[in-house]
Ligand binder design. Structure first.
Ligand SMILES: Nc1ncnc2c1ncn2[C@@H]1O[C@H](COP(=O)(O)OP(=O)(O)O)[C@@H](O)[C@H]1O
Ligand SMILES: [Mg+2]
Length: 284
């Protein structure tokens, strides 16, 4: 559970309570989530980390309204995920970017913005923005793409881009829609270490200005600590613990090698390791 800042008294932006999910795999039940709680206050960057198969993507799909829990409840700004998604309050960046190959980078970012604006007119007003954030960056696809290091490829087609550039285009598109909550499922997992680090810092640069509420799934400890206010550690379908990250913002690459950074990484690693040993002991 991600605690709210003391005295905020505010309803969490993302509120998952006692979520359980069991899949059927060839007639055998597979438990993906066991009584998961996740409360994300507005404007926070929360990462969910855990080994492959521990239920991270399932949790994200529940928040995105792509699936329902078998038990428990999910709310986004007080709305059901279905309603929140219908009102375009939720942005989703999947592991592989789904870009339209016939449009250039700028076109890919603008196309959904246009659809969204037309839909918004029909849907009526959505809740007030997360914080008194500056929306001018999110409302300017070209500026957004430049901040994400894509200024030189605005008119390139997705097929001409590296994986890192494609993923950053997908992230720009998600921010351009100005969602209340942005969900990202291991967006940088396929990138090499150097490309990944640059992409993380560019994402932070944009987030620092927009302060969108983010739930970010990763299996990289360094990535989770560098990006987040809170790291939620998952193991075998449950939340094993959380680590609050007190590193100052804005974060810079120099912090990657700091003692404070290593201390946070150590705490996340310990939670993962304890959960792994506990699960190994209880395995049949
Ligand atoms: N549609 C599905 N059908 C059957 N089993 C699934 C399905 N989706 C996920 N699972 C299983 O649920 C568990 C959690 O999966 P997932 O949420 O994708 O984990 P993670 O994202 O942490 O790797 C895994 O054991 C996975 O095999
Ligand atoms: Mg996954």
């Amino acid at each position: 559970m991600v605690e709210q800042p003391a005295g905020s008294g505010e309803q969490p932006f993302v509120d998952v309570r006692d979520a359980c999910k069991v899949y059927q795999d060839g007639g055998h039940p597979v438990t993906a989530l066991r009584h998961v709680d996740l409360q994300v206050p507005r404007g926070r960057f929360v990462s969910v980390i855990g080994p492959s198969g521990c239920g991270k993507s399932t949790l994200l799909r529940l928040v995105a309204g792509l699936e329902g829990p078998d038990r428990g409840e999910v709310r986004i700004c007080g709305e059901t995920p279905a309603r929140a998604t219908e009102r375009k309050m939720v942005g989703f960046v999947p592991q592989t970017p789904a870009l339209l190959p016939w449009l250039d980078v700028l076109g890919n970012v603008r196309v959904l913005e246009k659809v969204n604006r037309a839909g918004a007119r029909r849907r009526g007003p959505v809740p007030a923005p997360a914080v008194a954030e500056r929306c001018d960056l999110a409302g300017d696809p070209e500026a957004l793409l430049r901040r994400l290091g894509l200024g030189d490829v605005l008119h390139a087609r997705p097929g001409q881009l590296s994986g890192g550039m494609q993923q950053r285009t997908a992230i720009a598109r998600a921010f351009a829609l100005q969602p209340q909550v942005l969900l990202m499922d291991e967006p940088f997992s396929a990138l090499d270490e150097f490309t990944r680090e640059a992409a993380q810092l560019q994402l932070l640069d944009v987030w620092q200005e927009l302060r969108t509420t983010v739930v970010f799934v990763t299996h990289s400890i360094t990535e989770a600590v560098l990006l987040s206010d809170t790291v939620v550690v998952m193991a075998a379908g449950r939340v094993a613990g959380t680590v609050e990250v007190s590193l100052p913002r804005p974060r810079r690459s120099a912090q990657l090698d700091s003692g404070a950074m290593h201390e946070h990484e150590h705490r996340v690693r310990e939670l993962l390791s304890h959960a792994w040993h506990a699960d190994a002991r209880s395995a049949p």
